[in-house]
Design a protein around this ligand. Structure first.
Ligand SMILES: CC(C)(COP(=O)(O)OP(=O)(O)OC[C@H]1O[C@@H](n2cnc3c(N)ncnc32)[C@H](O)[C@@H]1OP(=O)(O)O)[C@@H](O)C(=O)NCCC(=O)NCCS
Length: 326
């Protein structure tokens, strides 16, 4: 029997839309280039004054309502984010305060775009020990605040959003069958923020040189992503002795349509099984996976007994996969 199952999902997408045509006016790019290379057409941007914990609270309230769980009954809150409200304290404690989840211990998890799948794996393990009965796992990013809007290599890719899941002990065959989490720090130079940490504290010079913004070697990230996600899906299938044909849905972190297509092609899984939203929201990092799950769930696409394959990868590199029996 699985340790835990997902009993509620929620998401929040800020109102303001930034289209590829808007970006054409900001950097040397084109709608055609962005769509062809990534599949992204538009993304959303948080309102002035809207911070990670605000967006996380909106997504969490929806997930808690669906789950029928009161905030005060939560035992743990795990927030995957690299764009928390501030360096200290965590977005998770600010979220705890906003929800009134007084009993929960709360912490942020830094695994970039893999933040939610890491959070899900950790929450599942906490529940397996019996230490936790109700877990809130959130992915939230306000990456538009840490992008260099003059760098076309990065600013066309990302958007803001939040996604949340409530996990509880499983009482039957439904639930998280397995999670598979991996990291490889050799990939750190491919996607990172050079300044603003202890290695290179913020100074006038780092600000002038824009070193507190996301830097990326897109080609390198692309190669690592296809290789790692393909491997982790294979690992999940082998662990559970299922075949790719058994998969009903793929719920994946949406970085790039071509990455998803390449990975699924290796297993002959049709793209029709993969819920795609990156055309509308871009790469929303840790928010992507739970938001995508929530959209599929609320659209009534997930049926009891369906087998869901999940995968996500981000800076680190950090990546993970999971199989879930809905
Ligand atoms: C970023 C990405 C779309 C770039 O596509 P690519 O086919 O690899 O393109 P390249 O980086 O090789 O760049 C090709 C050319 O397009 C240019 N280019 C880069 N961004 C551009 C943009 N927004 N508009 C127009 N041209 C652009 C490059 O400068 C380069 O020009 P050059 O050949 O004159 O030097 C692709 O590498 C990618 O998706 N990588 C993964 C990124 C990712 O998912 N990151 C998050 C992981 S969670």
């Amino acid at each position: 029997m699985p340790n835990s199952r997902i009993i509620g999902t929620g998401s929040y997408i800020p109102e303001k839309v930034l289209t590829n045509l808007d970006l054409e006016k900001m950097v040397e790019t084109s709608d055609a280039w962005i769509v062809e290379r990534t599949g992204i057409r538009e993304r959303h941007v948080a309102a002035d004054g809207e911070a990670a914990s605000d967006m996380a609270a909106a997504a969490s309230r929806r997930a808690l309502e669906m789950a029928g769980v009161r905030p005060e009954d939560l035992d743990v809150i795990i927030v995957g984010t690299i764009s928390a409200d501030m360096p200290m304290p965590s977005a998770a404690v600010l979220l705890q305060q906003k929800l009134g989840a007084s009993k929960a211990f709360a912490f942020d998890l830094s695994a970039a775009c893999a933040g939610s799948i890491y959070g899900m794996g950790i929450a599942d393990s906490f529940i397996a020990t019996g230490r936790v009965r109700r877990a809130l796992v959130v992915g939230v990013e306000v990456l538009t605040r840490i992008l260099d809007w003059t760098d076309r290599n990065t600013c066309v890719l990302f958007g803001d959003a939040a996604g949340a899941m409530v996990l509880a002990p499983s009482d039957g065959p439904s639930g998280i069958l397995s999670t598979h989490l991996h990291s490889d720090g050799a990939g750190a130079p491919a996607l990172y923020i050079p300044a603003g940490g202890s290695a290179r504290p913020t100074t006038e010079a780092t600000v002038r040189e824009k070193l507190h913004y996301v830097k990326m070697n897109g080609r390198e990230v692309y190669k690592i992503a296809v290789r790692s996600l393909t491997a982790v899906l294979g690992e999940a299938f082998a662990t559970n002795r299922v075949t790719p044909d058994d998969v009903s849905h793929v719920i994946a972190h949406q970085a790039n349509l071509r990455i998803l297509e390449s990975v699924l092609q290796r297993y002959a899984i049709p793209m029709s099984k993969c819920w795609v939203n990156l055309d509308k929201v871009g790469n929303t990092s840790s928010a992507s996976l739970p938001m995508t799950l929530d959209q599929a769930n609320r659209a009534g696409r997930l049926s009891r007994g369906d087998l869901i394959a999940m995968m996500a990868i981000g800076a680190g590199m950090a990546w993970g996969g999971a199989l879930v029996r809905w």
